[in-house]
Design a protein around this ligand. Structure first.
Ligand SMILES: [Zn+2]
Length: 270
């Protein structure tokens, strides 16, 4: 069969909890030895008892690794207890605990949060919730609220610019695609970045931008992201920049576009 690359435009699916009242599900957390073949052996063992819904595994250092998964039980004869006993009997498993769903809900009782990139902790927030929160700021403070959100996006990104400089290196202009993919993968919206001729401007587009993911009565635009764009790309190019949002879903456009230019109107890359 001809193989294709993975289908694009797919969001990460993460499982802090899983809800499916139609079947019995389990959450498995295990410490395993970090040796070649261990994960494959564990997956083979599990595949006899559960239909895997989502898995996560990573090294803990010192020859140890962490494995966790959600799965639906394949047989009524299998329980969380019996599965745990079976996994513990495996020489590959150092320790393990299995929890069973109650009334359709199964929760990750092992992890204490998320981390990404350089190991920073993250919080996960629904797009609509954050968009509505920003809407509330502009509803109360009017145009001052939009300015506030811009300033907050700017200072937030400026404080993080060092991290981006470290991972992207001194020639950000040659790695602009990677930055756009980082922004996309972090869930800000499907992002693309292109330079105008001679680096006169950087155009960032975002489809499904989180900031305008709910309707706006105040006709606000994506000021937090506009500030963030200035706060990231100014320090990356080492120039003072201005950031404008020239298209926005809240203006009836099908995507948001942010245009970054140097304040002194010279090229961004010198
Ligand atoms: Zn927008």
């Amino acid at each position: 069969m001809e193989k294709h690359p993975p289908r694009p435009l797919k969001r990460h699916v993460i499982f802090p909890f899983h809800y499916d009242p139609s079947q019995k599900t389990v959450f498995v957390a295990a410490s395993i030895s970090d040796e070649p073949g261990t994960l494959a052996a564990l997956l083979t063992l599990l595949s006899k008892r559960v239909n895997l819904i989502g898995t996560s595994s990573y090294t803990l250092g010192q020859d140890a690794a962490s494995f966790s998964c959600y799965g639906s039980l394949l047989s009524d004869d299998t329980t969380a207890q019996s599965l745990q006993k079976e996994l513990m009997a495996s020489a590959r498993v150092v320790s393990c605990q299995v929890w069973e769903s109650e009334e359709g809900l199964i929760v990750d009782r092992y992890h204490t949060g998320f981390q990404a990139g350089v190991g920073e902790p993250y919080v996960v927030f629904p797009n609509k919730g954050l968009s509505d929160t920003f809407e509330g700021v502009v509803r109360v403070f009017g145009s001052g609220g939009s300015t506030l959100l811009y300033d907050l996006g700017l200072s937030y990104a400026k404080a993080r610019a060092g991290i981006y400089r470290k991972i992207i290196g001194p020639h950000a202009e040659s790695r602009i695609d990677e930055l756009a993919f980082i922004v996309t993968a972090l869930g800000y919206g499907l992002s693309e970045a292109t330079f105008d001729s001679n680096y006169e401007a950087l155009r960032l587009t975002s489809r499904e931008c989180f900031e305008c993911s709910t309707p706006s009565e105040c006709k606000r635009q994506c000021n937090f992201l506009r500030g963030m764009a200035a706060g990231i790309f100014g320090p990356l190019f080492g120039v003072e920049v201005v950031s404008q949002e020239t298209r926005c879903r809240h203006l009836g456009d099908d995507l948001c576009e942010f245009v970054i230019k140097a304040k002194d109107e010279r090229p961004l890359v010198r």
